[in-house]
Design a protein around this ligand. Sequence first.
Ligand code: FMN
Ligand code: SF4
Ligand code: SF4
Length: 275
Amino acid sequence: MPKCLIRYFTATGNSKKLAATAADFLQLEGLQVTVSSIERRSPEYDSYELYGFFFPVHAFGVAMTMEDFIRDLPPAAADKAFVVSVHGDTSSVPGHPGDAVRQAATMLAAGGYDVVAGTSVGMPVNFVAAMNAPSPEAAADIAHRAQEQLRGFLKRLVRGEAAPQLVRQPLGFLFSVIHRFYRFGLRHFNLLSRFFYADGRCDGCGICERLCPAGDIAMVKGEPQWGGKCHACMRCINICPQSAIQLPTGTRHRRRYTEPHLSIDELTEEIVRRP
Ligand SMILES: Cc1cc2nc3c(=O)[nH]c(=O)nc-3n(C[C@H](O)[C@H](O)[C@H](O)COP(=O)(O)O)c2cc1C
Ligand code: SF4
Ligand code: SF4
């Protein structure tokens, strides 16, 4: 039976949900599928016929945590791979993946992968810094549509009809310039986490510190303090059980979002801190 390994990064659960949906679908198609978070130690890398990479879109490109992961992958020997980027929709405004699929596909191809297909799927938006998350009902509708769209893509993938999307889309150059500026700002000026603070609702539980994929948060005298390594994934602000984490962009009254199946216990088990 052909074996498939799906690696995913998720901040708030969307990419994980779609990775699980893909695994269920591909298993029904006769593949043996392993799904593994990139925050977990790597499973064996040389014994799979197909690799899948799932990750959120950040600023029209690949989320930084996934970008670093792909860059550090050992060279592949023309292993077949597909890419699914997960962008953010609201109930009224669809998100946009920008150049994320092509960017990931290009990086994987440079690492020796034979990228046979790529797509982007819209799940509920988690960018609380700038917008309200959709209501639970609207989020459920968006997630339902996303799963249908993903199954359609996977159907084409197994039939050999899906496209790799290695060609830049019409506005791709603009998107990739925006993403480069954004990444530069994050890496060199700590664009986001310098503005995070915890308000009076914080009870010092330490969940944000434990679950930050970049290891950017330290509890000091019972309160979180942010450092200079933030990947702007928005996990901390969305997952805080007290909604105590804020940015000075009006987040106090905004709805948070996590995918309903995302569990703090499971995330805690998955995390392996980068040095
Ligand atoms: C810093 C940041 C930037 C984002 N930029 C985009 C974007 O350019 N386009 C888009 O459609 N969604 C964008 N989003 C929304 C996420 O891609 C979307 O909510 C995604 O489904 C989250 O997946 P996850 O739960 O697996 O982390 C952004 C989110 C964050 C945190
Ligand atoms: S997760 Fe929220 S309540 Fe817990 S320490 Fe962090 S900010 Fe405070
Ligand atoms: S500080 Fe928050 S937004 Fe930044 S990487 Fe950690 S969890 Fe993500």
